[in-house]
Design a protein around this ligand. Structure first.
Ligand SMILES: Nc1nc2c(ncn2[C@@H]2O[C@H](COP(=O)(O)OP(=O)(O)OP(=O)(O)O)[C@@H](O)[C@H]2O)c(=O)[nH]1
Ligand SMILES: [Mg+2]
Length: 450
């Protein structure tokens, strides 16, 4: 970005309104405004944080009666010289003013460019800048409050405290490395593990809150999975109370996946019917497996349907495998075809249904509803966007690595390496480390004039 340019844009919504504000920012902001300003004195003589009444003149004619507010660098929103011209809110008037400012040397501002300059000039960090965009686009009072807090920098200081705690841990570990030959121990690995775990909980709570806010936006995702012919499509239809999916006695009936919404006492649940998995450790073999994997990745709950009439334990290995792979998700086994079941070996705590005849389905829906409610209760006062969420996922796995390095009694340098990487990631989070691409991605989502 060329910060030597002076930029201008309409800062209020386009259309007719009481007042329109045209914002100019950059080294030449005051001089460019002065070309058109006729008041008691020139704007170049005006002190910062003052407002001046006058006329906007173009080609010798009065365009409008205006006020010009002056904010001199560095004490402005962008950190540069800023002039805000308030005119009457007529499309003809503000377009004429803007056109004249552009022909006198200003460039049209790109979306979010004022805020991007504020970031580059150190007036705010990336979290605050993103929160400005969120605040503008808030649709609920809940998200409005959270964004306003983030603009104020409260969240940033919590992340910085967190980062500082990791820096402290890394420094201790590295200090010990420096004295490796003398066999000094400054801090025990168990104490470090405790510290990391505390920090891990903080990250996890932020990640949970992101997932919770996603659930309120797009529903709680439940994937019905299991071996072929266990009754997934039958259950899908029974829960939806209509014949949505094809059901047959032939294993491998469902090839693609199906998704439908279901409302459980007002909670939106997105239900997925998937292709049956074969009884193999290597589930990659199966047709459509990539799709099943992508659904498992999105799911909040994985519901493994087991055909109890064949064997109550048939799906146990699948359960163990998925539990390992998707450790953060709620995974359950549901015993189906109970109408055909003659044994008495089923664990008490498993949900038992007969999808075909609709028996005991309420035990399953009540369970899904309570889990979905629990997840949405995890929303705290912080709202993350996807960029922040993905970074925190990385930080989480780095901390997890460092914990397992301790468990495996690895050298301190391994532990310090992961923690240093986590610290670097947190630098990206707040924008202390950034690239042109990251900034483009963020600021192009803004509206022009912000
Ligand atoms: N007796 C009985 N039969 C059931 C029950 N649920 C499903 N079935 C039958 O089991 C067979 C397979 O049902 P589907 O719903 O197609 O099974 P699926 O798990 O979707 O199978 P794939 O799509 O092949 O993976 C059908 O003949 C169903 O009628 C049940 O609760 N009791
Ligand atoms: Mg099916």
């Amino acid at each position: 970005m060329n910060m030597s340019k002076t930029i201008a844009a309409l800062a209020t919504p386009p259309g007719s309104s009481g007042i329109a504000v045209i914002r100019i920012s950059g080294p030449e902001a005051v001089n460019i405004a002065d070309v058109h300003f006729a008041g008691r004195k020139s704007l170049a003589e005006a002190a910062s944080h003052t407002i001046h009444y006058g006329k906007f003149i173009a080609n010798g004619a009065i365009v409008d009666t205006i006020t010009a507010s002056i904010f001199l660098a560095p004490n402005s929103y962008t950190g540069e010289n800023v002039v805000e011209i308030s005119s009457h809110g007529s499309i003809v008037v503000y377009e004429e003013i803007l056109r004249n400012l552009l022909s006198s040397g200003a460039s049209m501002a790109k979306p979010g460019e004022f805020t991007e300059r504020a970031f580059l000039n150190g007036k705010m960090d990336l979290i605050q800048a993103e929160a400005v965009a969120d605040l503008i686009s808030s649709v609920s009072i809940f998200s409005e409050h959270a964004s306003a807090r983030q603009v104020s920098g409260e969240f940033t200081s919590r992340i910085k405290e967190f980062k500082q705690r990791l820096i402290d841990i890394a420094s201790l570990l590295e200090l010990e490395l420096d004295f490796a030959e003398e066999d000094l121990e400054f801090i025990s690995q168990q104490k470090i593990k405790q510290d990391i775990e505390l920090n891990y909980d903080f990250i996890q709570s932020l990640i949970d809150s992101y997932q919770a806010s996603q659930i309120t936006r797009s529903g709680y995702y439940v994937a019905l999975v299991g071996f072929p012919n266990t009754g997934k499509s039958t259950l899908f239809n029974s829960l939806l109370k209509r014949e949505r999916a094809i059901v047959s006695h032939i294993p491998g009936t469902t090839r693609d996946y199906l998704e439908e919404f279901l409302y459980l006492n007002g909670i939106p649940v997105k239900l997925f019917d998937t292709a049956g998995l074969r009884d193999s450790d290597d589930i990659i073999e199966i047709e459509g497996i990539k799709l099943v994997n992508s659904i498992l990745n999105q799911a909040n709950m994985i519901c493994i349907l087991n055909d109890a009439s064949v064997s109550e334990n048939l799906s146990n290995n699948l359960y163990n495998k998925l539990s390992k792979e998707y450790s953060s998700k709620k995974i359950i086994i549901v015993q189906n075809k109970m109408d055909l079941y003659t044994g008495n070996d089923l664990p008490e705590d498993q949900i038992k249904i007969s999808a075909k005849f609709g028996n005991d389905l309420t035990s399953l829906t009540a369970f899904i509803e309570s889990e979905a409610r629990k997840s949405t209760e995890r929303i705290n006062d912080i709202l993350l966007n996807q960029r922040q969420y993905l970074i925190l996922q990385d930080v989480k796995s780095l901390l997890m690595n460092s914990i397992s390095s301790i468990d495996d009694e690895m050298d301190n340098s391994f532990i310090a390496f992961d923690i240093r990487n986590a610290i670097r990631k947190l630098g990206e989070f707040t924008g202390e480390i950034y690239s042109e691409d990251i900034l483009n991605n963020i600021f192009t989502k803004f509206c022009i004039g912000k």
